[in-house]
Design a protein around this ligand. Structure first.
Ligand SMILES: NC(=O)C1=CN([C@@H]2O[C@H](COP(=O)(O)OP(=O)(O)OC[C@H]3O[C@@H](n4cnc5c(N)ncnc54)[C@H](OP(=O)(O)O)[C@@H]3O)[C@@H](O)[C@H]2O)C=CC1
Ligand SMILES: O=C(CO)[C@H](O)[C@H](O)COP(=O)(O)O
Ligand SMILES: [Zn+2]
Length: 340
């Protein structure tokens, strides 16, 4: 099959290329709604190091997206099915290491072509059926929700059992989704959100407490914490977490930083903290996320508050316009209605 792939060839430069792809044993999916992640922006704007850009480009961006099945000669899906596409493609299995941590795995939009393609040719294991009446603009960022699902499932295995107060640092998309999923999973736990923007914190209507990070005196300590700030914000967030967490708490690190982050290891030791990182997600996290959509449809309503804009893409200039709009957005997710 001939397929058009829209690759980033240099910062802010997207070019089409036609490739031939073998569809034997594969599901062909037409992407319908895509969503931009901070990781895409780091490539689009060229803020990754020159070595990384030289190694990874040209590459089609985007690893958050859904689509409609065009054909499936494996019989797993029906034409017209609305599905979420999984960006992680493992090449081996391991008894202990999850698919998203295997160094041999391929990840769409990070070294391998992402979803900015006319059609995606995927093995059936890389496709998960969505509720067919799902709000597509919200489902577009199911991958981000699955990352939160993944981090919380690991937290559940690692953290001790006192979970009266869980703190979430970061008032952006990841902070919102992690807080929402924690609230849904642990309804008796107080979810305490720490952020930098009063306007963004207002949207965390399901949280028990929200605080501006420069006004935390008198706020009770938390038992465990999630860091969802990322970038330069990770430094201050991790420092404050170590200060505001009870002994033997667990700290889940999710934010991606371009530079190394100095950590007050003396206090990590003194408090006996457990720090663990989570990145990306695997098929079981996508399946768990879709189960959550079925069992707690109110989650989708809360997630709808994150949709900042929906941008139609019919030509390459529309894709660039969506990325530029994402840079200027006040909050939330930039969704692309993909008509390429
Ligand atoms: N681990 C993984 O697999 C994944 C990681 N990520 C990463 O997670 C991070 C967050 O992503 P996302 O939510 O989409 O990004 P956003 O930019 O939407 O959110 C980050 C938020 O954190 C706020 N912030 C900055 N510093 C602090 C601080 N010290 N304490 C509390 N809040 C702070 C920012 O405020 P302000 O804007 O005012 O600076 C902003 O509102 C990024 O680094 C992203 O790359 C994303 C997807 C998956
Ligand atoms: O966004 C993510 C997953 O949803 C991760 O942050 C992303 O995969 C990191 O990849 P890269 O090394 O290319 O920044
Ligand atoms: Zn991402």
């Amino acid at each position: 099959m001939l397929n058009t792939v829209y690759r980033l060839t240099a910062p802010r430069t997207i070019e089409p290329v036609v490739v031939s792809q073998d569809t034997t044993g594969k599901v062909i999916v037409r992407p319908t709604y895509l969503s931009i992640c901070n990781a895409d922006q780091r490539y689009y704007q060229g803020t990754r190091s020159k070595e990384v850009l030289d190694k990874k480009l040209p590459m089609a961006l985007i690893h958050e997206g859904i689509g409609r099945v065009v054909s499936d000669n494996t019989g797993a899906f029906q034409p017209g099915d609305i599905v979420v596409m999984l960006p992680n493609a493992p090449t081996e299995q391991d008894e202990f290491i999850a698919e998203n941590y295997l160094r041999s795995s391929r990840f769409c939009g990070s070294g391998f072509d992402g979803f900015m393609q006319e059609s995606m040719v995927l093995p059936p294991e890389r496709v998960v059926l969505l509720p067919q009446d799902v709000n597509c603009e919200v489902a577009a960022f199911t991958e981000l929700v699955s990352v939160a699902t993944h981090a919380i499932s690991r937290f559940d295995k690692i953290a001790h059992g006192r979970r009266e107060r869980i703190g979430v640092w970061g008032d952006g998309n990841m902070g919102y989704i992690v807080s929402l999923l924690l609230h849904t999973r642990y309804p008796d736990t107080k979810i305490v959100v720490f952020g930098r923007n009063e306007s963004k914190l207002h949207d965390f209507t399901f949280a028990d407490e929200t605080h501006l990070v420069d006004d935390v005196s008198g706020v009770e300590l938390v038992d465990h914490a999630f860091e969802c700030a990322g970038g330069e914000g990770s430094v201050a967030a991790i420092e404050q977490i170590i200060d505001r967490i009870n002994p033997e708490g667990t700290v889940s690190l999710l934010g991606v930083s371009e530079n190394n982050v100095p950590i007050n290891t003396r206090m990590v030791l003194e408090k006996g903290l457990r720090l663990f990182g989570s990145s990306r997600s695997g098929r079981e996290d996508f399946e768990a996320t879709v189960r959550l959509y079925h069992e707690h449809p109110e989650v989708l309503d809360y997630l709808a508050a994150l949709v900042c804009s929906v941008n139609e893409a019919r030509q390459i200039s529309d894709i660039s316009a969506a990325f530029e709009a994402d840079i200027r957005k006040p909050m939330g997710k930039t969704v692309i209605r993909w008509n390429m």
